[in-house]
Ligand binder design. Structure first.
Ligand SMILES: [Cu+2]
Length: 206
């Protein structure tokens, strides 16, 4: 083989190596770019998803986002109520759903805080005997107590905000959805002796 053809072959090989190296670098770069673009898009998606979530939470609380931004104090309050939403409350389709556990002789929770508006209650009897839930305005305690003693059902019905009737052990029952107004209410189990034994609590609607 002539020297010139050897040089031509070697330089041909070198050229192929250089071109393939250049192509590899280019390909890897574009892969990196692609994944960068992809992760950027993912981030955007995540951001818009959390924005949507915030909007839903805001609409549930009937607090427009602009109002929150206009007033720093109000924004702070909104944040506080979000972070302190008690474990016994779940928001389902804009309704506050409160789950109360009843057993001898205690309601859990016994101090309930809700916002005015739609709410429903689920009573679960985790005790061994029967229990019930009666809710009435705190100012009507005397009337309700007297009516209880006298077994005056009519007066009771008039003065009670709502009740979930006697449940046997292991049963649970939910109330209707009610539009609750601000106020202080008493919750109690009115099966004889239960209220006195500690089956009572307060419901504050703000
Ligand atoms: Cu009871």
């Amino acid at each position: 083989m002539k020297r010139t053809s050897k040089i031509a072959i070697i330089s041909g090989i070198v050229a192929v190596i250089l071109i393939s190296a250049a192509l590899t670098v280019h390909f890897r770069l574009s892969e990196t770019e692609k994944s960068e673009i992809a992760s950027g898009a993912e981030q955007n998606e995540k951001e818009s998803a959390s924005q949507v979530a915030n909007e839903i939470v805001n609409s549930l609380q009937n607090k427009p986002e602009s109002e929150e931004n206009d007033n720093a104090e109000q924004g702070e309050n909104a944040e506080q109520s979000e972070t302190t939403l008690p474990s016994y409350v779940k928001i389902v389709d804009g309704v506050q759903v409160v789950t109360i556990d009843a057993k001898e002789f205690k309601f859990t929770p016994s101090e309930i805080h809700l916002s005015a508006g739609n709410a429903k209650f689920i009573l679960i009897n985790n005790g061994v005997g029967a229990h019930e839930l009666v809710v009435y305005d705190a100012s009507k305690k005397e009337i309700v107590d007297k009516a209880e003693l006298a077994e005056d059902e009519e007066t009771l019905m008039k003065n009670v905000l709502f009740e979930i009737d006697e449940l046997e052990a292991g049963q649970s029952k939910e109330s209707d959805i009610m539009n609750l107004e601000k106020g202080s209410y008493i919750i109690g189990c009115h099966i004889p002796g239960h209220y006195e034994a500690g089956m009572k609590g307060i419901l504050t609607i703000e």
